[in-house]
Design a protein. Structure first.
Length: 166
């Protein structure tokens, strides 16, 4: 309630960033504060804001495996601000949210991300699919989920490697 009151009195602070580009939403997500993330989204904070490393608050929640915060991003209404863009990519690697999901071991959320519009067939800068990333992490469950959703185990990356080569 305090955060909601603060944001209604001081809306200019909503998307103000630190020197490294983190907004209040980045920090709340990284610390696992789902209620704060929900309040920030409801107040109109931009869930797609990137910090100096190109990471969104959702990336930060995923990196720390804050499942409740990730669920909040997927289910929250966008309020007055922009909707969550599940087509964003990391600028350095062109990895999608599904690639990042695979790398952080959150395979339980694969189908939920896809049902919310995350593009399943995106490839990164090395032409690796999310299945390549999941295979690299060694999750049979995650690999099976990606194949069931339509990713081909015969997809080659730029070096001709299949997911099973990882």
């Amino acid at each position: 309630e305090f955060l909601a009151a603060l944001l209604s009195d001081q809306p200019a602070v909503l998307d103000r960033a630190t020197a490294n580009g983190d907004t209040a939403m980045h920090i709340a997500a990284a610390e696992g504060h789902a209620g704060c993330v929900e309040a920030l989204i409801s107040a109109g904070a931009d869930p797609n804001a990137v910090n100096n490393k190109g990471l969104t608050a959702l990336h930060m929640a995923m990196a720390k495996q804050h499942f409740e915060v990730v669920e909040e991003f997927l289910s929250a209404e966008s309020g007055a601000g922009p909707a969550l863009d599940l087509e964003l990519r990391l600028p350095t690697t062109q990895a999608s949210y599904l690639h990042f999901l695979a790398q952080t071991g959150m395979e339980e959320l694969i189908s939920e991300f896809v049902s919310h519009g995350a593009p399943i067939t995106d490839v990164d800068a090395h032409r690796r699919t999310a299945l390549h990333a999941m295979a690299h992490c060694g999750s049979d469950k995650g690999c099976r989920a990606f194949v069931e959703l339509g990713l081909s185990p015969a997809a080659e990356d730029k070096d001709g490697k299949l997911p099973m080569h990882y």
